[in-house]
Design a protein around this ligand. Structure first.
Ligand code: WT7
Length: 635
């Protein structure tokens, strides 16, 4: 029988081969051996990538929290499940055991039920990175409610859009969230968001910061009061494998964010499988992923993957720069972290700091490093390898997406070779391919093209909440019969993949996936703006930064342009959140367009990158004369 959790290159090769030859057998065996099911599936996989319709483990019954919590209690009830490191290094860390996790999740589940939550309801979690966020996520799963976690850095407008899109009836939040020396007024933002939502009946508010906040009678209640009243026994709701586990929003290239839908069975199987294989987690390891649970990385690799594997997972409330830029390394030393998983943007910003902040900490507990979110450049990779890993830790460069639910292409720590700037090989069960401009698969070993996946895997998103048509168009219409990732990639003769970046209108800024159309829409709300075009350009620390070309309704003097510039930044910041703020704004009298009126972002991207050597044929444009003006006006 195939060994699923592989420990050598040979085992990887065998597992990969087995997973391609007979995917149903491969995943069926793993699912059967490794999880607690109430009932087994009738069929491992049923799919049609044209419609598209994907079903894994149909007919099976389970609850993911029994796999993440209950089944561990007999053997590791007193083992730490979550280490909580607060924003303030002086606040004592918490070591929450699996027994305590079980009680707290059950209490939270009963608290939700007492406030009207039922199976299938959508519950929005807009919370700081405290253990209560993990409890709330798992409590939703416990009772079969669908969580929609919204990152607590999003604006009121982004929050209300997401609450309304999913028609959430409950919001769980906190009075405020600590971030460095600031407090984000979470409850205030929720209040503003709810002015434009009519679906929310209850707001549960965790007191985290003792901030003075308004409580609306009948709607708002305190977490602490309700939690104290709730019983710590809550039987798990029995779910179908294809019932929705959660919705998580990601940027779209046409404005509105997309609520990606993940389902119970397949997601659980693949989160566990990928966590154990990629990080080679060993019993007793301390594992820390620095992401926020508001992103998919936090869902799969802070909460579900590690807990399902019975691991000890660190949750950090704060930011890498507080109280100083040595905080990550201080935490690694303090909790003797063995596996550390972060983003290239964090590595790049920490690499520019005083090296004392690194060297004064004992990092000898580290044995595996990971990176995720965007391509990692060679300098950052080498700094990470040398100064953090002391040239003694494998680095897993994990390529995946909100849509894929789990890591798709990555080396397996210490098992398969890591190559700087390459994500390297697909995990067993993952069948990537590269497509050329004519939509044909490139079959030569060495190749460059658009990255697709040609066979379903268990944790793929099943749909966009409330909009299956958009799901079909976004992911399955460009290369019919294949899932299109939106990324470009190169493949070497050994089959290693190097991700070259997005090929659509998504820009990744500091590891955050931003849709340029959404930013343009926000800019266009300014009364003096006629139109705008937003592109990304390379940035040393953030990876990419936002460049906005703006055409005003009438020609203004320069001084007023300065104030309009500030107003635009402010407007974007308020509408979408500070992360989306354009770093550079250039005013132009026109934007290059095709004859059909489509803005040529490809040209604008090149100009913003400072590369005007090869703009392609511009003579066919509607207004070729404006290209020179745009080049001259570059900021
Ligand atoms: C996009 C997905 C998956 C968790 C975080 C981001 C880029 C992600 C890598 C990597 C190169 C990467 C891709 C992808 N990306 N990981 N290791 N190397 N690029 O999730 O917000 O859904 O963004 O992030 O462009 O499509 P997301």
């Amino acid at each position: 029988m195939t060994k699923h959790i592989v420990t050598s290159q040979v085992e990887y090769d065998l597992a990969y081969k087995a997973s391609i030859e007979n995917p149903e057998k491969f995943w069926g065996e793993f699912a059967e051996q490794e999880f607690t099911w109430h009932k087994k599936w009738d069929k491992v996989l049923d799919y049609d990538l044209y419609t598209p319709e994907i079903k894994w483990f149909e007919g099976a019954k389970l609850n993911i929290t029994e796999n993440c919590i209950d089944r561990h209690l007999a053997t590791r009830g007193e083992q730490t499940a979550i280490i909580f490191e607060a924003n303030d290094p002086k606040e004592d860390p918490l070591h929450i055991t699996y027994n305590e996790l079980a009680k707290n999740v059950n209490k939270t589940a009963n608290m939700l039920k007492a406030n009207g939550a039922k199976k299938g309801d959508r519950i929005c979690l807009y919370m700081p990175m405290t253990p209560e966020l993990a409890y709330a996520v798992l409590a939703c799963a416990r009772i079969g409610a669908i969580h929609s976690v919204v990152f607590a850095g999003f604006s009121a407008k982004s929050l209300s859009d997401r609450i309304m899109d999913a028609k959430c009836n409950i919001v769980v939040t906190a009075d405020g969230g600590y971030r460095g020396n600031k407090i984000t007024p979470l409850k205030g933002i929720v209040d503003e968001a709810l002015m434009s939502c009519d679906c929310v009946e209850k707001v549960i508010v965790l007191n985290r910061t003792n901030s003075k906040i308004a409580m609306e009678y009948g709607r708002d209640i305190w977490w602490q009061d309700e939690f104290a009243k709730a019983s710590d026994v809550c039987p798990a709701e029995v779910m179908d494998a294809e019932d929705i586990l959660f919705i998580l929003y990601t940027s779209g290239s046409t404005g509105k964010p997309k609520g990606m839908v993940h389902t119970c069975g397949g997601y659980m199987v693949y989160a566990n499988y990928s966590f154990r294989n990629v990080f080679q987690y060993q019993e007793g390891d301390i594992y820390w992923c620095t992401a926020d649970i508001g992103w998919i990385t936090g869902h799969s690799y802070i909460v579900y993957g590690p807990l399902c594997a019975g691991a000890t997972t660190v949750m950090f409330e704060g930011v890498p720069s507080y109280p100083d830029m040595g905080r990550f390394w201080e935490i690694v030393e303090k909790h003797k972290v063995n596996i550390f998983y972060t983003a290239p943007t964090a590595i790049r910003s920490l690499a520019t700091c005083d090296m004392n902040l690194v060297t004064k900490h004992d990092l000898s507990s580290l044995k595996t490093l990971g990176t995720v979110g965007e391509p990692i450049n060679l300098e950052a990779w080498e700094w990470y390898d040398e100064h953090i890993g002391k040239k003694n830790c494998p680095i897993v460069d994990t390529w995946w997406q909100t849509e894929t639910g789990g890591i798709m292409i990555s080396s397996l720590a210490g098992v398969t070779k890591d190559i700087p700037t390459y994500a390297t090989l697909p995990l067993p069960g993952i069948q990537p391919c590269l497509m050329d401009d004519n939509g044909k698969e490139i079959t030569s070993a060495e190749a460059e093209g658009r990255l697709c996946i040609k066979h379903p895997w268990p944790s793929m998103a099943r749909t966009i909440y409330g909009n299956h048509q958009r799901y079909a168009e976004t992911y399955f219409s460009t290369f019919p019969g294949n899932y299109f990732t939106g990324d470009g990639a190169r493949r070497d003769t050994e089959g290693n993949y190097r991700i070259t970046g997005r090929v659509d209108d998504i820009v990744i800024v500091s590891g955050h996936n931003l849709g340029t159309a959404e930013i343009e829409n926000a800019i266009n709300e300014h009364t003096l703006v006629a139109e705008s075009a937003v592109v990304g350009y390379p940035h040393d620390v953030k990876g990419n930064s936002i460049y906005a070309y703006v055409t005003l309704k009438d020609v203004r003097s320069e001084s007023s342009e300065v104030s309009i510039e500030n107003e635009i930044r402010d407007l974007v910041s308020r509408t979408l959140g500070p992360i989306c703020k354009p770093e550079k704004i250039q005013f132009t009298t026109g934007l290059p367009k095709t004859r059909s009126g489509k803005i040529m972002r490809r040209i604008l991207r090149k100009i913003a990158e400072g590369d005007t050597s090869n703009l392609g044929d511009i003579s066919t444009l509607l207004n070729p004369e404006c290209v020179e003006e745009v080049i001259q006006g570059k900021v």
